[in-house]
Design a protein around this ligand. Sequence first.
Ligand SMILES: C[S@@+](CC[C@H](N)C(=O)[O-])C[C@H]1O[C@@H](n2cnc3c(N)ncnc32)[C@H](O)[C@@H]1O
Length: 293
Amino acid sequence: MQLDLFAPEAKRRHALPFKSQLLKWIGNKQRFAHEIVSYFPASFGTYYEPFLGSAAVLGTLSPRRAVGSDVFTPLIDIWKRLSESPDQLKQWYEERSEQFSAGEKVAGYERIKASYNASPNAADLLFLCRSCYGGVVRFRKADGYMSTPCGVHKPISPDSFSRRADEWYRRTRGAQFRELDYQEAMKLPRSGDLVYCDPPYTHSQAILYGAQEFDLSCLFDAIARCKKRGVFVALSIDGTKKSGAHVCDLDIPAGLFEREAFVNCGRSMLRRFQMNGQTLESELVADRLLLTY
Ligand SMILES: C[S@@+](CC[C@H](N)C(=O)[O-])C[C@H]1O[C@@H](n2cnc3c(N)ncnc32)[C@H](O)[C@@H]1O
């Protein structure tokens, strides 16, 4: 059944905002994940999120069956630990929080960072992402060295983290977490399943995540193969530029997407993708959501 995306607000899928991030992650969609979810089909099989990051959309959707995956090993190890042993995740946070608060904080932070850089691991990354400057975990391109200095804010307490971990455990119970390149992950969905993609689509983002060059045209090919199998695909494109032409700059294959929604601009909007426009919408700075359905 084709969902009528131009239906009034009341008929769209409804999700409440869920703003308690478990992880701080650059480019996370926590603030408007509920808007993104509102454009998902009314019904679908398994939910796939192949660029999981901090799982903002998965956590907000809280699907019955899901596969969340990411290519970044220490990150996906955090999610696996949450699903297999939430108490151990809490313990990881508590131990590092104590280490951080015991003496001079910057020195404590630098010790945890040095431990991570000596051997990248989920336990250190968990605390670093919550305590680093601006919540922006940055990696040096040459060798993947985590370089962000200590943040000026106070990281959340172990008690507060523990409550969040319980909530996230509940919300992600239906999910399986896997370390996969998106090319592999996007071979898994079957007809009627849903894939939400939030890739590091710009060069600068690829550097931030420590990923190598990201080739958007390969992602479009993977999306086209999914669409052919009857899989629904939604793709986020960060709206950092003030022009509707920005999306066209990305060389989107004709006919791949049916709709384009605008989120994170104070109100949700939708236009037909083909209506490439000198309309009001093109003046807005918004995140874009391209839909194959
Ligand atoms: C924009 S972030 C996703 C943010 C996420 N939506 C959130 O709310 O936190 C992109 C993610 O893609 C991951 N990534 C980069 N290259 C990848 C690849 N080739 N395959 C799978 N994941 C990749 C990065 O590790 C990063 O976590």
